[in-house]
Design a protein around this ligand. Structure first.
Ligand code: FCB
Length: 477
């Protein structure tokens, strides 16, 4: 431990702060064919040869569908007081439309009951990337109707669980759904069509707006409706006007495209101009922006690493990493004149640079962008190549250091006036990391993929202590 960390004053949090962990349905549940569930785009994608590392799928994942009681007990033992999870749409509405399948909803009823019985506050994400395959067959997110289907689904889940769940998140990281799903194609459904990716972005925005009002129409007014954005902290290599313009372009494509309509009821002019060779935005109908611009009760921020860009010396083409996997197709429509750079510093197993200052910057930006709106860090965490010691324990001091650094950044932001109400560590346990399969371990709890046995890593104990005391414990020596 460094001397400064030893002698630094304790980092303490407000008493009502939520100390949570996050997961998503396809990454943990398994049981993909049980109780009426049908394939989502991630089932189809992961079963398509060449799409995921070693052809891995979420068929079994970590079998949370059958082991949820054990998982809730684990969280309770650690001392967590909140849990963010997502609902599998095709478990609830197998064809993506029409009446709900009660057996599917029953799983989430049981899970919520179990959480509440253990004093853990549930936070539901309605959409964490697993569109029912039938809706993709009908055109997916580039089609306007998908937004209406989402609103119907939101209403069903709101009706079923709104009496007991107070925190709701419409979409998780719509950037990934739109631009990795339909642009670079490294995520399901794996399409590579720049124009379709922008249409998808608009219809995801519309889904958020329609979904938020559908939730509100069936839920008690005390419930909070939010969205989780993976807003990028975009930095430029210099203050040169060309580099600053590159930064603006990526900021629009990463952030403004979502927070523009959601928070301000408008798409940034600079975004419309920069993408005019790709799309004419004619699918944005009158009143859509009004629909999208729903009052929010909170905003969820997911943060892992900053993004560093410059103007490109020449047009960039060919494979390039985007942080979620390499593709010959860019997830940034209209930005072939932008170059992406590795940010300096230590990296996690994902190759993502560790930079807690980015989290502070992000929180302060949204404190200005959305004054008065409570903020939550709805995801933050790190992948490391964790392995059990011969005695069966899993020591992950790097993850503890990562969490310490980022939670300290959250605390600094609170001191600087930000209204951050909680933090959800990604992730509760090791799980299916999308196209990377099971190779990247983000969990605070280690999962043995042969036996599915769960073992809290030292970071889980460290984080649990923080949750119980409201103060960050010292770093592990
Ligand atoms: C986020 C996703 C989450 C997980 C983490 C590492 O983009 O929301 O499911 O993959 O990254």
């Amino acid at each position: 431990m460094s001397e400064s960390a030893q002698s630094a004053p304790p980092v303490t949090f407000p008493p009502a702060f939520l100390w949570g962990a996050a997961t998503s349905a396809y990454q943990i549940e398994g049981a993909v064919r049980e109780d009426g569930r049908t394939p989502s785009i991630w089932d189809t994608f992961s079963h398509t040869p060449g799409r995921t590392a070693d052809g891995e799928t979420g068929d079994i994942a970590v079998d949370h569908y059958h082991r949820y009681r054990e998982d809730v007990a684990l969280m309770a033992d650690l001392g967590l007081n909140a849990y963010r999870f997502s609902i599998s749409w095709s478990r609830v509405q197998p064809t993506g439309r029409g009446p709900a399948v009660q057996r599917g909803l029953d799983f989430y009823r049981r899970l919520v009951d179990e959480l509440l019985a253990h004093g853990i506050r549930p936070a539901i994400t309605l959409y964490h990337w697993d569109l029912p395959q039938e809706l993709e067959d009908a055109g997916g997110w580039p089609e306007r109707d998908t937004a209406y289907r989402f609103a119907e689904y939101a209403r069903i889940v709101g009706e079923a669980l709104g009496d007991r769940v107070e925190q709701w998140i419409t979409l998780n990281e719509p950037w990934c759904s739109a631009f990795l799903g339909y642009g670079s194609g490294v995520h399901a459904p794996g399409r590579t069509d720049a124009a379709a990716s922008l249409r998808a972005a608009h219809h995801l925005n519309l889904a958020h707006g329609l979904g938020a009002s559908a939730l509100r129409s069936v839920m008690p007014a005390r419930n909070a409706v939010a969205v989780s954005l993976n807003s990028s902290v975009v930095r430029t290599v210099s203050q040169d006007p060309a580099d600053l313009a590159a930064g603006q372009k990526i900021d629009d494509l990463a952030n403004g495209v979502f927070h523009g309509p959601m928070l301000h009821g408008t798409y940034p002019e600079t975004l419309l101009a920069a993408t005019s060779s790709v799309t004419d935005w004619s699918y944005v109908r009158d009143r859509d922006l009004e629909t999208i611009h729903q009052p929010l009760d909170a905003l969820g921020l997911n943060y892992y690493t900053p993004t560093l860009v410059s103007a490109a010396e020449e047009q960039v083409s060919g494979p390039r990493p985007d942080g979620h996997g390499a593709s010959a197709h860019s997830p940034w429509p209209g930005a072939d004149d932008v170059a992406f750079h590795q940010t300096p510093g230590e990296r996690t197993e994902m190759g993502w640079t560790i930079d807690p200052t980015g989290l502070h910057e992000l929180i302060m930006r949204y404190t200005r962008e959305a004054p008065g709106l409570p903020l939550y860090v709805t995801e933050n965490g790190a992948a490391y190549d964790d392995k059990p010691d011969p005695d069966g324990r899993v020591h992950d001091p790097e993850r503890i250091a990562y969490l310490h650094g980022h939670l300290s950044a959250v605390r600094r932001a609170i001191t600087d006036g930000a209204d951050v109400r909680g933090y959800f560590l990604w992730s509760l346990m090791d799980n299916f990391e999308w196209a990377y399969g099971y190779g990247k371990r983000f969990g605070a709890v280690y999962v043995d993929y042969t036996t599915l046995e769960r073992t809290p890593k030292s970071s889980a104990h460290w984080y649990g202590r923080a949750a119980r005391t409201g103060e960050l414990p010292p770093l592990e020596g």
